[in-house]
Every structure is written in structure tokens, then in C-alpha cells.
Design a protein around this ligand. Structure first.
Ligand SMILES: C[S@@+](CC[C@H](N)C(=O)[O-])C[C@H]1O[C@@H](n2cnc3c(N)ncnc32)[C@H](O)[C@@H]1O
Length: 247
């Protein structure tokens, strides 16, 4: 890894460690406090039914830009992997869909987030979940063991997106699917934004041009790569949901 990539990663890790510990507020949004937190969670696509019953410690750290579960069409008994699972919201929602014979694994590189997610699992009493410390560029997951990969506003944070999609392809079973919510741009952002570590941690500076992002997914071997939902939230910056399949 280059020095620049390492610096970005360390900054991102510090940012999310603070969010997990509650020493900084939320992230892509600028909201604090339970009611504005709940509105943010609903604004990015979670339903009342999904949010109901989740502990505050899950909602407090939600830092996604969509709801990848909504269009993932998860089925009973499937094995799901969440890249950059944070406090665990998507892991817990997926676990309900795949049922006790299914399993959901969350991977996150920030120790504090993994610890918080494990505590949240105890609070929710959802048992078919597991949280692993690791990087999405070097997934701590065996080859071809996963039916579905989900991810919510994380891949934009990686300085090596080619490696992330190659790893995702490796761990998926043949016929498996990828369902990702992420931030992309239309064209390139100015270099003063791209080089600002705070703007990386806020899921803006690391976002790629949409077509380049989709091409990286195809380059890893995925087929039927399709944007299934799109929401423009700043000038030239959008959140998208992408679906793709491993042949
Ligand atoms: C924007 S938050 C999203 C968290 C969660 N998906 C959600 O929707 O609330 C990004 C998360 O990804 C993790 N992360 C960022 N880069 C990562 C990487 N390269 N490998 C593993 N985890 C990473 C961070 O620690 C953080 O918990």
C-alpha cells in the first residue's frame, strides 16, 4: 500500500473509531440526537418496521447512504456478508430475513466498531450473526462461502477498490450476488476535495465517477452489473444501489 493510501485508511479508521465510541457525532449526515438520527435513518431508506425495536446504539452509528437490504431479495438459509458493517444495522436486518438456518457475517477494520456491533448483537439477541475484524481488501473469509454480499457506503472509503471487488468475487459462491449502496460522482471532483482526509472519511472524496465504479465491478468478473436505484444528494454526487452477479 502506498503511503498516501495508508494515511487515508488510518484517518478513516480514526474517524469511525470515534463514531463507535460516541466521541464524535454522525457522519454523512450532520445530525445528532435521537430524533434527528431516526429521521436520517428513515431518509436513507429504512422503513418504520425495520427501525422499530433496534437499540439506540445501533441507530446512533448508522452511517450508510441507502438500504441495501431493501432490494437484496434475501431468502431463508442464505449466507450473507456485509462489507464494512459498522454498528451492524444491515447485519441485523439481513439476519431476520435469512432466518436461523442462514447466517450473516459483518467485516469491519475498526476494532471499536466490531466491539460495538458484538455488544449490539447481545442486546438484540439475534444469534445468527458474526462480526470479524478485517479489511475489505483482504477479507477474512474463505473462498466461495457466501450467497450474497451487501455493503452500505463503504467501498468509496477504500483506496483500492479493484482489490475490494476482486475479494468480493473470490468469496461469493458461483451464482452469488452483490448488492451495494454507495456514493459515486458524475465526473471527477476537484483535487482539493479528493485530497482532503476529512472528505474521504465523510464518504465524498473517495467516491469514483459512476461509470469507472461500474467498470471496476465488471473487471473483477461480475456480470449483469446494473444500477437499480439512484438518488442525487449533492451537485455531481449521488448514492446508488448496484446489483451484480458472479457467473
Ligand atoms: C460509512 S460507515 C458505514 C457503516 C455501516 N455499513 C452502516 O451502514 O452504518 C463505514 C464503515 O466501514 C468501515 N471501513 C471503512 N473502510 C474499510 C476497509 N477498507 N475495510 C473494512 N472496513 C472499512 C469503517 O470502519 C466504518 O465502520
Amino acid at each position: 500500500m502506498t503511503k498516501k493510501s495508508e494515511k487515508i485508511k488510518q484517518h478513516v479508521k480514526k474517524h469511525y473509531a470515534e463514531l463507535a465510541k460516541g466521541t464524535s457525532c454522525c457522519d454523512v449526515s450532520t445530525c445528532c440526537g435521537t430524533s434527528s438520527r431516526t429521521s436520517y435513518v428513515k431518509m436513507i431508506g429504512y422503513s418504520d418496521e425495520e427501525v422499530e425495536g433496534l437499540p439506540d446504539s445501533v441507530l446512533r452509528t448508522v452511517a450508510g447512504c441507502g438500504n441495501p437490504i431493501a432490494l437484496a431479495d434475501l431468502r431463508e438459509e442464505e449466507v450473507v456478508l456485509d462489507l464494512g458493517s459498522g454498528g451492524g444495522i444491515d447485519v441485523f436486518l439481513a439476519a431476520k430475513k435469512v432466518g436461523p438456518k442462514g447466517k450473516v457475517i459483518g467485516v469491519d477494520m475498526t476494532g471499536e466498531m466490531v466491539q460495538l456491533a458484538k455488544e449490539n448483537a447481545q442486546k438484540t439477541k439475534i444469534e445468527n450473526v458474526e462480526f470479524r475484524l478485517g479489511e475489505i481488501e483482504n477479507l477474512p473469509v474463505e473462498d466461495e462461502m457466501v450467497d450474497v454480499i451487501i455493503s452500505n457506503c463503504v467501498i468509496n472509503l477504500s483506496p483500492d477498490k479493484d482489490r475490494v471487488f476482486t475479494e468480493a468475487f473470490r468469496v461469493l459462491k458461483p451464482g452469488g450476488r452483490l448488492l451495494v449502496s454507495d456514493v459515486v460522482t458524475q465526473g471527477e471532483l476537484p483535487s482539493e476535495i479528493r485530497e482532503d482526509p476529512e472528505m474521504w472519511a465523510a464518504c465524498i472524496a473517495g467516491a469514483l465517477d459512476e461509470e469507472r465504479y461500474l467498470q471496476k465491478i465488471r473487471n473483477a468478473g461480475f456480470k449483469k452489473v446494473e444500477v437499480i436505484a439512484k438518488n442525487d444528494f449533492m451537485e455531481r454526487v449521488s448514492s446508488i444501489k448496484v446489483r451484480a452477479y458472479k457467473p
